[in-house]
Design a protein around this ligand. Structure first.
Ligand SMILES: Cc1ncc(COP(=O)(O)O)c(C=O)c1O
Length: 344
């Protein structure tokens, strides 16, 4: 595990009396960056320990989970296969951009599954069938990473992030830990680690995908699995709701693109549009309207990575429309300096 930096973060729209800091889990590496990397360290170790040479996973077309898994697997000499959720079954439709480009570059095998067949149960059944088939055809054993990579080995990855946070002064310097949450695997690990070390800070996961109760339900299961059934999920994590995507393909994604641009222009930190931008939008809204839910004024935001999503075609089309050629001029004659407006 590598330690990632923390620095002050002056996001536009922050109330004056709030001190916001950012933990750069986006800086775990380049192709291997984001909040999945620490989890994969334990999952892939388990795969190797149990004699698996093939990794099977699943995710959406622009999945950070699949991208990091494919890259990490290849680094370790493992083969990777992914079920990819899509509304279009044509192999060309996956395109060659953002996360999927990197998966293709490292030789991942991709199986498109129609969105209408995509339930957790059906996807797990397909992954089992794929593992069976690979074993029969090649004799190779597969390690299956469940949807969203939410499993017990992965939990240790987030315990190790928490350990890193403690070594960076978490308990003395901050009151609240906050960040984007989807399946809730990351905040499950962080909230359990916080509980086991005396619940000194308050954990808030800003839900960007599912209803809050799904995150609580999953965490309650994990608590039971690890022998902490007396703990109630609601007591160890505040799931902030109301900022979920209706659908990542819906038009409201443009509001998140705006946040990506505003935050990048003001702070130089690049958020991903689907998780980070939405979470920051939710965080600012809560800080400005619902302040009592935070324990104090010193907040630490976890940047979960996902930078390759800014290379999505949709985002590029949007940027072309929003920024156009602002701040770009041709300078032909080398004498008088052309005027570049700051406006966009
Ligand atoms: C960039 C990014 N941030 C946050 C999350 C949410 O993590 P979790 O599913 O563990 O809640 C994900 C999950 O896909 C992600 O890719």
């Amino acid at each position: 595990m590598c330690s990632t930096p923390i620095h002050r973060w002056e996001v536009p729209g922050l109330p004056d009396d709030v001190e916001l800091f950012i933990k750069r889990e986006d800086m775990t590496g380049c192709a291997l960056s984001g909040n999945k990397v620490c989890k994969l360290e334990f999952q892939l170790a388990e795969a190797i320990r149990t004699g698996c040479s093939v990794i099977i996973g699943c995710g959406s077309r622009d999945s950070n989970q699949c991208r990091t898994t494919a890259v990490a697997a290849r680094r370790l000499g493992l083969e990777s296969h992914f079920l990819i959720k899509s509304g279009d079954m044509g192999p060309e439709s996956l395109g060659w951009q953002s996360n999927i480009l990197l998966q293709r570059l490292v030789g991942a095998h991709l199986y498109i599954v129609h969105i209408s067949d995509w339930t957790e149960k059906a996807v797990i059944a397909r992954m089992d069938r794929l593992a069976d088939d690979i074993r029969k055809r090649t004799g190779k054993k597969s390690y299956i990473i469940p949807p969203s990579g939410y499993d017990l080995p992965g939990l240790y990855g987030y315990f190790s992030v928490f350990q890193d946070l403690i070594s960076q002064g978490l308990f003395d310097k901050y009151d609240d830990l906050v960040g984007p949450s989807a399946a809730g695997a990351m905040f499950a690990g962080l909230a359990i680690a916080n509980y086991l070390t005396g619940a000194k800070i308050k954990c808030h996961g800003i839900q960007v995908t599912y209803p809050a109760e799904i995150e609580h339900h999953r965490l309650q299961h994990v608590l039971t699995d690890i022998g902490l059934s007396e703990i109630r999920s609601h007591d160890i994590i505040d799931v902030i709701s109301g900022y979920q995507h209706v659908d990542v393909d819906a038009d409201d994604v443009e509001r998140d693109y705006d946040v990506v641009v505003d935050v990048a222009m003001a702070t130089g930190v690049i958020l991903d549009p689907h998780y980070g931008a939405r979470a920051v939008r939710g965080l600012l809204h809560q800080l400005n309207t619902n302040r009592h839910r935070f324990k104090g004024n010193r907040l630490l935001y976890i940047h979960t990575g996902g930078i390759f999503s800014v290379y999505e075609k949709r985002m590029q089309d949007y940027l072309q429309k929003k920024l156009g050629t602002a701040r770009v001029v041709a300078w032909e004659d080398g004498t008088s300096v052309p005027f570049v407006t700051d406006a966009y």
